[in-house]
Design a protein around this ligand. Sequence first.
Ligand code: ARG
Length: 547
Amino acid sequence: MQAEELANQVVTPPDPRLGDYAFPCFRLGKNAKEEAEKIKARLKLPDFLEKAEVAGPYLNFFLKNKVVAEETLNAIYKERKQYGRQNIGKGKKIVIEFSSPNIAKPFGIGHLRSTVIGSCLYKIYYALGYDVFGVNHLGDWGTQFGKLIVAYKEWGSEQELENNPIQCLLQLYVKFHEEAKKNPGLEDQARAEFKKLEDGNKESIALWESFKELSLKEFHRVYNILDVKFDSFHGEGFYNNLLESAIVHIDKKAGTKMSDGALIVDLEKQGMPPLMLRKSDGASTYHTRDVAAALYRIKKYKPEKIIYVVGSEQKLHFQQLFKVMELAGVDKNKFVHVDFGLFRFPDGKMSTRKGNVIFLEEVLNKAMELAERTVEEKNPSLQNKKEVAAVIGVGAVIFADLSNDRIRDIEFDWDRMLSFEGETAPYLQYAHARACSILRRALKEHNLDVSPHVNFEIIQLEEEAAVIKKLYNFPDVIIKVAQTYKPHLLAHYLIGLAQAFNEFYHKCPVLSEEKNHTKTRLLLVDGVRQVLENGLNLLGITAPEEM
Ligand code: ARG
């Protein structure tokens, strides 16, 4: 076996008392325990390991406290905000597509999930040294825009559109469907309008552009609150001019056929419904635009991977897309659908239900308001209360999302989310603020600044060692998140770190100790502060120094 293959089998024991690393010996022979004993007998332990022990089929390894402490705390002290960054992705490009809301519709909660999960993965890959390119694949094309143009021409007003664009466009859309029930001719009109758009009619394009611009203005407010950035806003409409050449390419490489007047790629052999490239009226589809986008991205960015952060309800859509790309000769490992479940709101608890949609901006505003009340209660003399409350409220919403395995549905629970206890952002932010406060007091009251020149032998208590091991593991956690596309692994890690820190803090006095101890413990507190900050930032959450 190669070293790398062996290294990949190393796991972390569920209980830290069993050791820091475990090597499973199942594969080495019938009696795994015996195999483990054999290795142990032959093993010459490297300097950083304390001991190795056999536990059942595992060979467990224990790190030396002093060595780990010195290496880890020095690294954090030196690297600061860079601690955890690596360069395993150097020279490799990753395209990550996330958020991708639909123009002329409210920014929904599903898009919030895509936004925060995508933004976190963007930061994670960036931290690993990848060249990351973030795309917001705006839903700004399709037959619904034919409908909107018809509705706007019939019943719209420029004034209303300017004043409250999303509401106005949403109402027009609803009205179109009501009217179309009575007057089916409207549907034909809408198709004709979309055809005009696809053919590049000037007047249609101008209307479409204004819908898009007004919607984007609203979306940017949300992105600003969340502090999320993109490298490109190429939405579906961007690919309009590339559709024909994409169809020709797929026809040549994968083969297409006609079916009831529509052009499709047959996927029957693959056990999937066909992927439609052109409808019988000549219009493109959501799939056509995704095919064109995939081909464009491969050619333009030469990515190692294209990651799509989109809800689980579109699983089949992406399976079909990836299969067609594979049939067209693209390496199937290039594509990843990072899917996720629903965010559910308990009925009646939200005042933000308008029609059937939840306005994300109102969710965020409510979170900030509630956080402001809590801050007012807990720390009325705080300087910049509003700013801190914003960071806590927004952080709470982001963490409520990212702390769950993305595949699962989440129940939205205001009280739990904003609590300072349990698995919440405020809990982590509070642990961070506590670390900052210890460091401030050390400087002010004891004239002690953090320094790396400390005695590491002093670290002997279980609570100290537990914190240091967590800090030591941080870079590995970042890699795990990238490998699994699961931000909750980082969220859970941070909760574990904060818990270990709280236990340390209660058992090990920092400032009342004799000076040698204090200096070592201050370095440890500073390490916790830094890793909480770095970890929260990777999740897209700010860590205030006071709260
Ligand atoms: N706009 C789509 C929606 O809201 C999401 C786009 C997903 N990305 C893609 N390449 N199809 O459902």
